[in-house]
Design a protein around this ligand. Structure first.
Ligand code: GKR
Ligand code: MG
Length: 447
């Protein structure tokens, strides 16, 4: 990898003269998952690449110290390089050359997996380069990466069991928009509220928190409240044994049909494959989805061989960028596997990047996940405020690049929040021990 190679970029030479990395924090409500409990602040890193003529490309990625250090480590390769060439120069980061790891299957919280660290760093650079190029030539990112196949990108509601509280701490504690939701009834109320506000047409429900029987009841009540037309998915993040996964698959055979799926019910490809075989033997064809057992191209051959995963959740943030996601889509299509999109707590710059790659990926067969409703305008760093989600969709704006620029006052507030909050990485287990159960450790399977 030699950033200076880009000095030969040719007559249309554009040089990156500034590279800025901003570590920010945003309030995050006490959401539960099998990882534990969300901290009062979620962390993000935002980067800016500024060209010699003052055009700025931006990207948002996983937060905290380690991802910021990884972004810092490539400063010399970035500075002075050409945004058309930089991703080529850094391509070993996503071709297995620097990490040596072909597979990146992980049970760490997303953003803390050392095996996809290079892919995450590369992705942030790629996104910012595409934004910079788009802004310099007056074209949208989705059109630079192959052209939009949809103008409006559908997202799902992402309900969580949660404790009371809206996130933030002390004087910065936020209003609790959704209230405590630790029962099926409260969860249904949360979904209805989200649907009223954003018009979501499908539901991705985060399970792995309460007894499986209660989570089955939650899905049943959702079906009853929402009717037959709304696809329902449940994701316990590997909290269940194979037997429990099969039982839930049987109990929810009807509810998860019609565009739904069962996501990462148990640990590993062998377990997922067994769940699949046993459900099929019962005549239940509910697809199994994953963003845990399949997180890199190296995971795909075994997943296909065992028919362990019928839907892969892409995520440009850790799959190595937008073009890698498009390649993933093609591979999935080739093997008859569906494609959905994973999310983690994020702000509007990430939401727009997710929308652009989704817009230019024809084989995206499900509405994308997004945590966006869990964040608030107080933390938004996008100029103009929150990105609208209307009828469950994000529209590709008629603007160059990602269609979003930074609000620098808001960015400063986010940086200040990061500096004053005590969190430097995501640690849901520690947070769980602090507030819910002092003995708690992540256990897979729990049930
Ligand atoms: O936000 O707690 C969370 C989720 O559990 C998230 O970290 C997962 O990565 O959304 C994710 C998923 O689909 O597994
Ligand atoms: Mg998942």
């Amino acid at each position: 990898m030699n950033g200076k190679r880009t000095a030969t970029c040719g007559p249309f030479f554009m040089r990156i003269r500034e590279y800025r990395i901003h570590s920010i924090a945003m309030a995050d409500p006490p959401l539960r998952s099998s990882y534990g409990l969300h901290q009062p602040y979620a962390l993000r890193n935002v980067i800016e690449l500024e060209s010699e003529d003052g055009i700025i490309g931006i990207a948002e990625t996983y937060g905290g110290e380690q991802p910021a250090a990884a972004l810092e480590a490539i400063r010399q390769q970035v500075l002075g390089s050409c945004p058309y060439r930089l991703t080529g120069d850094l391509s070993l980061m996503v071709e297995g050359g620097t990490s040596g790891h072909e597979r990146s299957q992980t049970y760490n919280v997303p953003g803390e997996n050392p095996l996809d660290a290079d892919a995450r760093t590369y992705s942030a650079i790629e996104t910012a380069c595409l934004d910079l190029i788009g802004k310099s030539v007056g074209k949208s990112v989705c059109d630079l990466i192959g052209g939009r196949v949809r103008e409006r990108v559908p997202f799902s509601a992402y309900p969580f069991y949660k404790h009371a509280g809206g996130g933030g701490e002390g004087e910065d504690a936020r209003e609790d928009e959704y209230g405590e939701s630790l029962s099926p009834e409260a969860l249904v109320g949360q979904v209805q509220q989200m649907r009223e506000q954003y018009g979501f047409g499908s539901i991705k429900f985060k399970g792995g928190v309460l007894e499986p029987g209660v989570e089955v009841e939650t899905i049943r009540q959702l079906r009853q409240a929402l009717g037959q037309a709304v696809p329902l998915r449940i994701d316990p993040n590997c909290a269940w044994s194979v037997d429990t996964s099969v039982k839930v698959g049987q109990d929810l055979a009807e509810e998860l049909s019609k565009g739904g799926y069962l996501e990462d019910p148990c640990v590993g490809l062998d377990g997922m494959a067994e769940v699949r075989r046993r459900l099929l033997a019962d005549g239940i064809d509910t697809p199994l989805a994953s963003n845990v057992a399949v997180t890199s191209f190296g995971d795909i051959p075994e997943a296909v061989r065992q028919d362990a995963v019928q839907v892969v959740l892409c995520d440009h943030h850790y799959w190595g960028g937008m073009r890698q996601v498009q390649q993933l889509a093609r591979v999935c299509r080739t093997f008859g596997i569906g494609l959905s999109m994973h999310s983690n707590s994020h702000l509007g710059v990430s939401l727009m990047a997710m929308a652009h790659v989704a817009s230019a990926t024809s084989h995206l067969t499900y509405a994308c996940d997004t945590h966006y409703p869990w964040q608030s305008a107080i933390d938004e760093i996008a100029e103009g405020g929150r990105i609208p989600i209307v009828e469950g969709c994000v529209a590709i704006p008629d603007k160059p690049g990602l269609g979003v620029t930074l609000d620098y006052d808001q960015l400063e507030r986010g940086k200040e929040r990061f500096l004053t909050c005590p969190y430097r990485k995501r640690d849901d287990e520690a947070e769980m021990r602090k507030h819910v159960d002092s003995e708690w450790t992540r256990k897979l399977p729990r049930w």
